[in-house]
Design a protein around this ligand. Structure first.
Ligand code: AHR
Length: 491
């Protein structure tokens, strides 16, 4: 069996891994909101004020730090006043982007902030630049955040919410280069400056404003936005999905694939490292002090929708391959966490690379969910830099690794990309006097293994064996696996 050696280099000046790197995205798309989160107050499915209890409990368990809403492409057609007031009086709209279904607006601003409060996370609202007015955006922010005796704050009070909410992040448009208006970067930069002026701070909390950033490798977009508008933004977004053969439109299948497609998808996932590196270089030139975050607010696998489902609902299954895609991304975000301070996987429930799948009253946790569960300890921890020496397979590294430390607890996560053979691994230099707290491994008998409503626990973390001797950690990684190892200083 091939051996892998990893040298850890703890450094007191290493950056903190922002919790928001494990952020989520929930759009009015398919059954993400309706059915997946919102079942309504009349539902027999256990809920709190219409929001599913099982889903909230599962999200709390992985410590979801932030949820982006209401889109996505939906955001640039969303008019927030449709989603407030008595639900039976809210107008219906046509969801032209996603499946051509009628949206009844029963899940709106109050319901979204209730969801965030129930989950215990920060809200990230995306505003409408593509088809909305400046006044509409200004009034939404006032409605959400104003403590004053002002018209929008009083409308909020009339609708049952006295205190303003804390609005942590606000996106000024989504994919303005595409579904959000097909704009040129110069034009969007000017619009961003204009709309953003009216995303005012009404209360005690300053809102972090995120500008629409590039699509994948559109470096000209990043250059233009940084040149024309960097002083007005706190974050610049990046969207990049993991696609078979790195080609749009999505091809292949979420569950029916062989070794070639395994490696093609993992290669596509690893492209994120190059993309972040190149966009960061551009940002470094005008922003050497790292004031503007790179916010990867849409990422994850995108396959053709599951046969027999509405193609506009983007419902796909989630296998062990998706779990590996998730851990590779999180490792990359950690390596770039000086600049990447938020990321939002697409999407949270029932859409694309979801954490959770639901069917009526049933819920299943995906392999991707379990990776977030295993990585939760990295949130807010200090990165430990690692030098990994490993063999390659199909020109990809056989092992990916990340480590961090928080309050004397060290977390090491190791991913084995090889679907056939495991690896002997030694990790040196994490520090002396450490003892094993717990170790878990996520793997399965086949690459295509996934959880279903009939077999919900086929892919789930199990205990792993790890040796700790002085400052040396040794273990055998299973093929196609993610392992998390918690160590603490001996008392
Ligand atoms: O996540 C699905 C869609 O992908 C989003 O609505 C859009 O922003 C992106 O193109």
């Amino acid at each position: 069996m091939n051996r892998v050696t990893i040298q850890a280099n703890p450094n007191l000046n290493s950056p903190i891994i922002s919790p928001e790197i494990q952020g989520q995205f929930a759009e009015h798309l398919g059954h993400c909101i309706y059915g997946g989160i919102w079942v309504g107050e009349e539902s027999d499915i256990p809920h709190t004020r219409g929001i599913r209890n099982d889903v909230v409990d599962a999200l709390r368990a992985i410590r979801v730090p932030v949820i982006r809403w209401p889109g996505g492409c939906f955001a640039d057609e969303y008019h927030w006043r449709d989603g407030i007031g008595p639900r039976d009086q809210r107008p219906s709209i046509y969801n032209s982007h996603w499946g051509g279904v009628v949206e009844n607006n029963h899940f709106g601003t109050h319901e979204f902030f209730d969801l965030c409060e129930q989950v215990g996370c920060d809200p990230y609202v995306c505003g409408n630049v593509g088809s909305g007015t400046v006044q509409e955006m200004q009034q939404w922010v006032e409605y959400i955040t104003s403590p004053a005796d002002s018209p929008m704050a009083n409308l909020r009070r009339k609708n049952g919410r006295e205190a303003p909410w804390k609005l942590t992040y606000f996106g000024v448009g989504n994919e303005s280069w595409g579904c959000g208006g097909h704009m040129r970067p110069e034009y969007y930069a000017d619009l961003f400056r204009r709309y953003n002026t009216y995303v005012r701070t009404y209360g005690a909390h300053k809102i972090q404003r995120v500008a629409c950033g590039p699509n994948v490798a559109d470096y000209a977009w990043t250059e233009t936005l940084m040149r024309e508008a960097k002083d007005h933004m706190d974050g610049l977004s990046l969207h990049s999905y993991t696609l078979l053969d790195q080609k749009w439109p999505p091809s292949g299948s979420s569950t029916e694939f062989e070794t070639r497609e395994w490696f093609s998808i993992l290669e596509s996932a690893l492209q994120m490292e190059h993309l972040i590196g190149e966009h960061s270089k551009i940002m470094d030139q005008s922003d050497p002090d790292l004031k503007v975050s790179l916010v990867v607010d849409e990422w994850g696998t995108w396959y053709p929708s599951e046969p027999g489902t509405n193609p506009g609902f983007l419902f796909q299954q989630n296998t062990l391959r998706d779990a590996i895609v998730a851990s590779l991304h999180l490792d990359i975000f950690h390596r770039h966490c000086e600049r990447v301070r938020m990321a939002n996987i697409a999407q949270m429930v029932n859409v694309l690379q979801a954490m959770i799948l639901t069917d009526g009253p049933n819920m299943v946790l995906t392999p991707t969910y379990h990776v977030f569960e295993m990585y939760a300890g990295h949130q807010g921890a200090q990165r430990i830099d690692l030098a990994v020496e490993c063999d390659t397979l199909h020109a990809l590294p056989s092992v990916s690794a990340t480590a961090s430390e928080k309050h004397g607890v060290v977390l090491v996560c190791l991913t084995c990309l090889d679907p056939q053979n495991g690896r002997e691994v030694e990790v040196a230099g994490l520090g002396v006097g450490l003892e094993l707290q717990k170790a878990k491994v996520l793997t399965a008998s086949t690459m295509q293994s996934h959880n279903t409503f009939e077999s919900p626990s086929l892919v789930q973390p199990c205990d792993a064996e790890v040796g700790v001797c002085n400052d040396l950690l040794s273990l055998t990684l299973s093929p196609m696996s993610v392992t998390s190892i918690y160590l603490r200083v001996k008392s």
